[in-house]
Write a protein that binds this ligand. Structure first.
Ligand SMILES: Nc1ncnc2c1ncn2[C@@H]1O[C@H](COP(=O)(O)OP(=O)(O)O)[C@@H](O)[C@H]1O
Ligand SMILES: N[C@@H](CCOP(=O)(O)O)C(=O)O
Length: 372
């Protein structure tokens, strides 16, 4: 059996809209209230008997929000992406009798990169199923053909604190052509295939001061990234663009310094390109950004929306519980829903794929491992 694991991510960090992202994992000894990685357990790649399942693959979904995910191979994002990768290599199906157990532990549609994790996992699954031997660099190209946000994809795949951009190759090819809508009996061999050009993405790992932890506050409600992007204007004033560029250029350097300069970091995380337009989707966000000031909370470096929201992230070096509770208090006053929080740290490894001799983890065991 093989196990693919992909971490949660938090994109943007305020001013780094569509550029910066962190891969996240549980901090030791921090209590775990929600999961922070996606796991695929893959059985019988090519060793099973002939399968009657469409594309030779069965998918079983478990974990938080799994009832929202399709168990049909041609509809589930992970297997759709894997099929895309296989088709790019002349293979129209999985090896016979492949079973994929998918454990979603990253809260869905909360700004923690669940879709990026699904895409990265799908590319790795295609790589394993087709025995393709793709490097992570090449997998990055495949991921970017499906997802236009390198700020989530790059940290999910490579781990760490990353800045990334992509060229326009993917943007010119609509997603509907990369991942065409399939039905159970579509003859995929008749469909066009858009293999990614080489090196369509570029990324850089920054150093993150190891004292920095991410406090993530997650509300119960969902916010779809596409909808959160539709709130954004098509054009911006020169002042607003300059405001973000200046801060985004310095933020990665400031976050790697020792000692950390909280005043500068908190200023460098300020944003005018996306957060102001998303406050209506996250009641209380505006107040959090104004009131959670580094000079009121020792250890606090800055606050921002995590990805497209609705989760909120604070970067801090101490006082995690106080800071989390202060954020929750403000958000709850604006909207009376439940908020979970936890302290995460940088995941340096990103996506991994390992062989294991163990048979399937029992899902209950696995889930309790994930959600604590
Ligand atoms: N493990 C998964 N398997 C299949 N699809 C997934 C998985 N995780 C996320 N997705 C897809 O991604 C969508 C959420 O993506 P999005 O709105 O971008 O939110 P997020 O901020 O969590 O990435 C889900 O509704 C689902 O369609
Ligand atoms: N830069 C993107 C990031 C979306 O992240 P997600 O985790 O919410 O999918 C954006 O801000 O739209």
């Amino acid at each position: 059996m093989k196990i693919i694991r992909v971490p949660a991510t938090s994109a943007n960090l305020g001013s780094g809209f569509d550029v910066l992202g962190l891969a996240l994992r549980s901090a030791p000894s921090a209590s775990q209230r929600f999961g922070n990685f996606l796991e695929l357990q893959i059985k019988d790649l090519g060793q099973g008997s002939l399968s009657s399942a469409p594309w030779n693959c069965e998918i079983i979904c478990h974990g938080e929000g799994s009832e929202l995910l399709s168990s049909l191979v041609h509809e589930n994002l992970v297997t759709q992406v894997a099929l895309y990768v296989l088709r790019c290599h002349g293979k129209e199906a999985f090896p016979s009798a492949t079973t994929v157990t998918l454990i979603t532990a990253i809260p869905l549609s909360r700004g923690l990169g669940s879709s990026a994790a699904a895409i990265v996992a799908g590319v790795m699954l295609g790589n394993e199923a087709g025995d393709l031997g793709l490097s992570k660099e090449r997998m990055f190209d495949y991921c970017l053909m499906v997802e236009r946000h390198p700020d989530n994809i790059a940290p999910a795949l490579f781990g760490g604190f990353i800045g990334a951009f992509m060229d326009i190759a993917r943007i010119e090819i609509p997603l509907s052509e990369v991942l065409p809508k399939l039905s159970g009996d579509t003859d995929t061999s008749l469909l066009p295939i858009h293999k990614p050009p080489l090196s369509i993405g570029c990324y850089h790992h920054y150093r993150l001061n190891s004292d920095i932890k991410a406090i993530i506050v997650v509300p119960t409600f969902h916010s779809n990234t596409a909808e959160a992007r539709s709130q954004l204007p098509y054009s911006y004033t020169r002042e607003d663009v300059i405001f973000n560029l200046q801060r985004c250029a310095l933020l990665p350097v400031l976050l790697g310094e020792k000692p950390l300069r909280a005043a500068k970091i908190s200023e460098a995380m300020r944003d005018r390109l996306h957060q102001p337009y998303r406050t209506n989707l996250v009641p209380g966000l505006g107040e959090v950004l104004l009131e959670l000031r580094y000079d009121k909370y020792p250890g606090l470096l800055g606050t921002c929306l995590s990805g497209a929201g609705p989760s909120v992230m604070a970067l801090a070096t101490q006082n995690f519980e106080t800071i989390a509770q202060a954020i929750i208090m403000i958000l709850s006053e604006a909207q009376d829903v439940h908020y979970d929080w936890q302290v995460l740290e940088l995941d340096p490894d990103g996506a991994t794929c390992n062989d294991t001799n163990q048979d399937f983890c029992h899902v209950e065991e696995s889930e309790s491992r994930l959600v604590g």
